[in-house]
Ligand binder design. Sequence first.
Ligand code: ADP
Length: 818
Amino acid sequence: MVVIPIYNLLLVPDANIYLKSDQYRHLARRYAEVNDRVVLLSCKKEEHRKDMTEDSFYPIGVTGFVKEVNEEGYVEIRTTGRVNLDIVGMNPDHTIELTVSRCEEIEDLDEGVEQAHFEQLKADLKESWQGFEWGEQAMGYLNQFHSISEVAVAMSIWFKMSAEEKYEILAQDSHKKRLEMLEKAVYEFMEVSKVTTKAASAQQEDYQKIYKESAIKKQMELLQRELDEMHPEKVSDIRKFEIKIEEAGMNETAKGEALKVLNRLKQESNGGTEAGMLYDYLDFVTGLSWKKEQAQAIDLSEAESVLEEDHFGLKKVKQRIIQQIAVMNLKKQQAGSILLFVGAPGTGKTSIGQSIAKALHRKYVRVSLGGVRDEADIRGHRRTYIGAMPGRIMDGIKKSGVSNPVMVLDEVDKLGVSYNGDPASALLEVLDPEQNNTFTDHYMNVPYDLSDVMFICTANSVDTIPEPLLNRMEVIRFSGYTASDKFQIARRHLLPKSMKEMGVTEEQIVISDDIIRCIIDNYTMESGVRGLRKRLDTLCRSAAVEVAKRVGAAAVEVLKQAAEQGSAAETVANQTGTNQTGSNQTGSAETGSDADAEAPAVPKAEPIVVKEEDLREMLDAKPVRHDRVLAEKKPGIVTGLAWTAAGGEILFIETLFTKGNGKFTVTGQLGDVMKESVQIAVSLVKSMFPDKASLFEENDLHIHVPEGAVPKDGPSAGITMTTALASLVSGKAVAPTIAMTGEVSLRGVVTPIGGLPEKLMAASRAGIQTVFIPMENEDDLDEVPQEVKDKLTIIPVSDVTEVLERTGILDGKDVAQE
Ligand code: ADP
């Protein structure tokens, strides 16, 4: 007898069980042959044959025989009766040895009743299968069954029953009860499938509804689009926004917000107060570029030549910019470290930003931050405010029309603070690469990715920039231009621009190199070139008037000549005309063609040659008065160098004793800042000239520091102040061609200062010959143009006594005696 263990099949007598041939072979350990006698064991759990023990099987199984081995690879087993199993043991080849004995059966079922139940079940099944495509086929199979057992076994693979529950049916001795159990299983299955079918069809209905809806919507859109195309003038604002929102490529949050606002706009009547605000909002967000631009590889030598073309000089700045572009290329990024260009006005900070954009083939936008005091200026107003607006950053992005412009944030040092928040901290967020990919403008109320924007900031000085902001940026200094730089810039860039703007040409106006130099020396006093540009504009404008006058005069002259010639010709024509009509026509035609030939030559006028003596009138300005070296020397007056927002300047520190009792007064713009420097200077001088110390008690001291320098630069006049006081008490004057800059400590040590290049440029401009600078600033001399260094004798000093010795206030002997 072939023993076949089976898991989770409903086993009952008088039914057909189908196994695949190889499944049979695997379970029975032999090929199937018709009429093989089999015992089917019901397994408690699914396990490997080698792991099975006597305990793996329920105690009752069914016997049967192989009825058919069909060509489709199925083995049909017909079950016959139930048997009690007595497992003898498991063989080493994993076959199972057992003996079987017939099971007790309680035959309490009337055959007629069973048949009636079977018919009823069939009828019920047929009814529940009606309406399904597969119903017909299933009903065909149903007709081939002869008993409830057969039906139940065939359907059992779909029953939601455990192996245990299935075995319970087999274990039932009473035929009647077994039939009931089988019936119950089939009816249960029928109910479950009814419910799931219902649920499935309900779900299908839902789906159908959704499909239908989206199909209708698509169709409507299509029709609407066609209508829009036919009547573009009738496309409503709402419709326009709908299209824009769809096409803008916004992120999900932004799209959601825009659609929400659009819905509100739809509900607002046209004249509603909110409508305008909602309209503005949609106009703004749909006007932004939401698409990510691809990073482009930049040709470095091309970028270099763009920078070179637009700006003269600025070698270090250009070098640093090229480095930045190279890094961005390598990292395939669109933004690198944030550069801060620091320098006096008109040194080209903003315009080089524009050139960078050009070199990178990107859009350029400038955002001015000067005077910004409210956080809302940077981050926008919340929309609940009346007249709410987006902040300047997002406004700039909108203007640029792209998501990756080069954005120059101008004058970051002029940011203020007010009770309406701190704009600098908002700016921090804008510039922070960690945060700026989800920058949320209050007005927009949805995040925008600023991480591809290349930010460049400009400032006149770093003193007023809050530390955290400054730390985020890389400072690049623009130290200002020398007179010869300015000349080159004027010749190559500024003058051609001015002439073009004013509509004059080189044939009409001649401006010699000397004239340009004269304007630079006598009519400008800045370290940038903005003033120079204005002067050149004025010059060209004045010249333009003159040119127009001359051209006008020349034209009148030509017209006059033409008229004279014309009337002469006319006379001739008239004379001939009396005789011959044909020649009259020829005569007129000739006169006409003469005048035509003359016409292009009309505006030819003498060019204007600008002369030095005309400059004052043409520029409509007095020559500026540079503080030049003083003509005479006097004890107590010493020349210092100051750093101002406009570059460098020289200044004179004047000291004076008046009869009194030891008071001291400091006047001038930097009065308060200078007080400490004055005290240090006084103490130092008293200690150096102990025999003169009483002068300070017997007199009042007045020190005057003229305006100009920025407060932060105040202390750098320390050395000048000390020298001036030493000169005053010693009565020895210092040569006016000597200037100095440096802080002084109470020990007399000269400590370093800022803005050395600008200060030295100012010194050379003013005609100074010798300059004392702090020893520690010696390295900064690299930054000073050679042309300036050539003009000056620069003496680095580390102690104030060196200055006093070299200026002749202290001689070596004096020092030795002390
Ligand atoms: P800043 O931003 O430093 O105040 P700008 O960039 O506005 O200065 O420059 C003022 C003007 O001077 C611009 O017209 C600019 O083109 C010109 N300019 C400045 N530096 C140079 C230079 N090195 N070469 C050519 N033009 C320059």
